[in-house]
Design a protein around this ligand. Structure first.
Ligand code: EPU
Length: 302
């Protein structure tokens, strides 16, 4: 989708929004897959309501992009523009056990920054790529923890109300890889309450999680993390592995040899290849176990 109207482009400038025409989303996603559209980089949170009113008034569909690490984007010319917050510096303010973090801040850096100030709890998230906003929206978790447990306050743009609002932690429901945010809500900042722990102890936890991740996940390859959610009481990775599907490929989209719930882009995979592989594996699992695996990866296709 292209913004060709010079009046819209001029207004974007006034709102301090940078228009990057013809951006390849393959370059902005960890899978390295995704077609082309105009990217709007937002520098000032306060301009978001005006920006979205501008887009709505001109019938410009849009999507919000975080770190692009849990995302499968369709091929070709995309039918919406993409909005992304420009990462702030430093993006994290600490006060006692509270960390106020901008949504565009890098998750890993946030974990280590808090650790250096003796705030722990998020060790499991080390090695999870993406932004804090993305982790918040998905209630990212690993090794027995989920980020939702630490959320005390969220600042967001609520699409339904067309304004920036603050929600308390207890107004949001956090479930396994799911939250009560609406799909078009945009995360802006979060306040986390983290337990005090000596840095050395946190570092030890981080090392253990890093080691576990390195030994079980294909970290050097292009992926979107786990493709499917785990069904209750089971592991999608183990189910797929037990069916002997590691290495199964459609074009360059391939079930990882290391962890069967990671599908990697082994070269020039298209979204079409990846979606076909996902459908194939889902069908085989359904046939063998009678279980329909649900996507964990977010799909933007059409
Ligand atoms: N397993 C296999 N073969 C495989 C993969 C796993 O036999 O190819 C077995 C493992 O040996 C283990 C069990 O399945 O006994 C569970 O595997 P693992 O510990 O890797 O956990 P998982 O359930 O596959 C979940 C999360 C990961 C998270 C890890 C660690 C989901 C869908 N996945 O994986 O999160 O990193 O636990 O806590 O919940 C993600 O969200 O993208 C993600 C990767």
């Amino acid at each position: 989708m292209r913004i060709n109207d010079p009046k819209i482009a001029a207004r974007l400038g006034e709102l301090d929004v940078e228009l990057v025409p013809g951006t390849r989303l393959a370059d902005l996603t960890s899978l390295g897959i995704g077609g082309t559209t105009d990217l709007l980089r937002i520098r000032k949170y306060e301009s978001i309501p005006d920006l979205l009113n501008l887009l709505d008034a001109n019938h410009v569909p849009h999507r919000f992009l975080g770190g692009g690490s849990n995302l499968l984007v369709g091929d070709g010319e995309l039918p919406w523009v993409v909005l992304q917050l420009v990462p702030p510096e430093p993006g994290i303010i600490l006060e006692g056990n509270f960390a106020r973090v901008d949504a565009a801040a890098d998750l890993g850096r946030t974990v280590t920054f808090c650790a250096k100030h003796d705030l722990g709890g998020m060790e499991g998230l080390i090695g999870v790529p993406g932004t804090v906003g993305g982790a918040l929206r998905m209630n990212a978790g690993a090794y027995g923890m989920q980020i939702g447990a630490y959320v005390r306050e969220v600042k967001l743009y609520r699409a339904a109300d067309h304004k920036i609002e603050i929600l308390q932690g207890n107004q949001i429901s956090f479930e396994y890889r799911h939250t009560s945010f609406a799909p078009d809500d945009m995360m802006l900042a979060v306040t986390l309450e983290l337990p005090s722990k000596p840095y050395k102890e946190i570092l030890q936890g981080i090392r253990i999680c890093n080691e576990k991740r390195r030994s079980s996940q294909p970290l050097g390859q292009r992926s979107a993390g786990c493709i499917f959610k785990n069904p209750p009481g089971a592991s999608a990775g183990r189910m797929i592995d037990d069916l002997g599907l590691k290495g199964l490929s459609v074009g360059d989209a391939r079930v990882s040899d290391r962890h069967a719930n990671f599908f990697v882009n082994a070269g020039r995979a298209s979204a079409r290849d990846m979606l076909k592989l996902i459908a194939d594996v889902r069908e085989r699992v359904k046939k063998a176990y009678g279980v329909t695996l649900e996507n964990e990866v977010v799909v933007w296709n059409g």
